[in-house]
Design a protein around this ligand. Structure first.
Ligand code: ACO
Length: 372
């Protein structure tokens, strides 16, 4: 059997959207640290789709267009009200709603470059409205319409909570969106590319990607990190709790990475935000427990935290329901999925690898009536 289980180390395509070289992450050649410190999410989305940072006029036009496209057809929310809501995870709701959204886009089946870019914009804009709309509907509230004049990050929080957010909250969500926007050929992005390489439509590609992101080995880890922190409860319990996980050979959510070996460059930004936000809320224990877990896992297993680890205490500090953590990841990552789908359409070839056959050798067929 070859040593390519999980396609580790396999280069499956070329891409100019983002790169991870020697543990440094760049979007279109721009370092993630600069983008996280100085960019709005809208700038990053523009960068990923246009291979250049926008000037002021371009950003203004792009941002206005994005917010204008946030409204979703009422049918999406009407249908959500029919979901068996108590049992529906928001990622499953999102997967269904994005697929349904395609039914209301009269250009959904077009794959030419201009139309594909318009669809990308609509998806980016509407995904925030869908995630927040579902979060409200399941609590018996009506969805909130997006507000022109607010940024994408501010609109997300506004549509979620029904009131205009504070600057610190907007900054935190904006930075989290920037940090999660793209990540080379991660599992969900690869899924999107495989799907649309059959020349299937944009909505199919994004629906497939949401399905892949949902899993706990990928985007679903952030929700599980918070479940772990809650179970630990106090800093004094960290050592015993994590040791038990080691002994049972259980994976510690939010640690390890297929590509990064010396650490995920996004984690430190989220760690800083976690410190800041937990000090604002006064619930510093979530940061303290996280740091104690990091110290033990790094020291004893040599595994550094990934993007999902500190994002958990960040979102918790913003008062966000824990099962919305992964949908927020999707709200950001759809920008990267869109960029990769545009890139795939622009120079498409069917993605069809081979499997090394390890089944039985040629067998003699025995008719049904003659089998034991
Ligand atoms: N906790 C404990 N041990 C771990 C962890 C972890 N989080 N991650 C890796 N290891 C160990 C494995 O048990 C394995 O040990 P072994 O060789 O003794 O059997 C070794 O490190 C290699 O692990 P793999 O699972 O083979 O590494 P892989 O590259 O396939 O997986 C992954 C990477 C999925 C991220 C893994 O580290 C993991 O499961 N982490 C926890 C889930 C998580 O945080 N996912 C989010 C990743 S970031 C993102 O997708 C946004």
């Amino acid at each position: 059997m070859s040593n390519t289980r999980g396609l580790e180390g396999v280069v499956a395509t070329t891409s100019s959207v983002s790169s991870i070289i020697d543990d440094v992450l760049t979007y279109q050649g721009y370092q993630i640290d600069d983008l996280a410190n100085y960019s709005s999410f809208e700038e990053v989305v523009y960068l990923l789709w246009n291979s250049k940072l926008p000037n002021k006029a371009e950003l203004e036009e792009f941002s206005t267009n994005l917010i204008k496209n946030m409204t979703v057809p009422n049918e999406i929310f009407d249908y959500m009200k029919l979901y068996p809501i108590a049992d529906v995870h928001p990622m499953a709701a999102l997967r269904t709603a994005i697929s349904q959204l395609g039914l209301y886009d009269h250009e959904a089946n077009e794959v030419d470059a201009d139309t594909a870019k318009r669809i990308a914009l609509r998806l980016q804009a509407k995904i925030a409205t869908i995630v927040t709309g579902f979060a409200r509907i399941r609590n018996g509230k009506e969805p909130v319409e997006p507000k022109e004049g607010l940024s994408f990050a501010a609109n997300f929080l506004y549509m979620l909570n029904g009131e205009e957010p504070k600057d610190t909250e907007i900054d935190a969500i904006n930075k989290a969106l920037v940090l999660h926007a793209d990540h080379e050929l991660n599992a969900s992005t690869f899924t999107a590319r495989v799907c649309v390489a059959t020349l299937s439509d944009f909505y199919s590609g994004i629906t497939s990607a949401i399905g892949a992101l949902k899993g706990p080995l990928h985007g679903g880890a952030n929700e599980r990190v918070m479940a772990m922190l809650s179970e630990i409860g106090e800093v004094s319990n960290v050592d015993e709790y994590i040791q038990k996980m080691f002994d049972k050979k259980e994976k510690i959510m939010g640690f390890g990475h297929r590509v990064y070996k010396s650490g995920d460059p996004r984690a430190k930004h989220l760690r800083d935000m976690s410190y800041k936000l937990t000090n604002i809320t006064g619930e510093t224990k979530w940061y303290d427990i996280s740091v104690a877990v990091e110290e033990k896992v790094t020291k004893e297993k040599g595994l550094p935290p990934n993007v999902d680890f500190y994002s958990a205490s960040v979102y918790h500090s913003l008062g966000i329901d824990h099962d919305l953590f992964t949908p927020i990841f999707a709200v950001s990552r759809v920008s990267g999925w869109n960029a990769h789908i545009l890139e795939q359409y622009a120079d498409n070839r069917l993605i069809r690898p081979r499997a090394e056959y390890v089944g039985p050798n040629t067998q003699k067929y025995i008719p049904l009536n003659d089998r034991d």
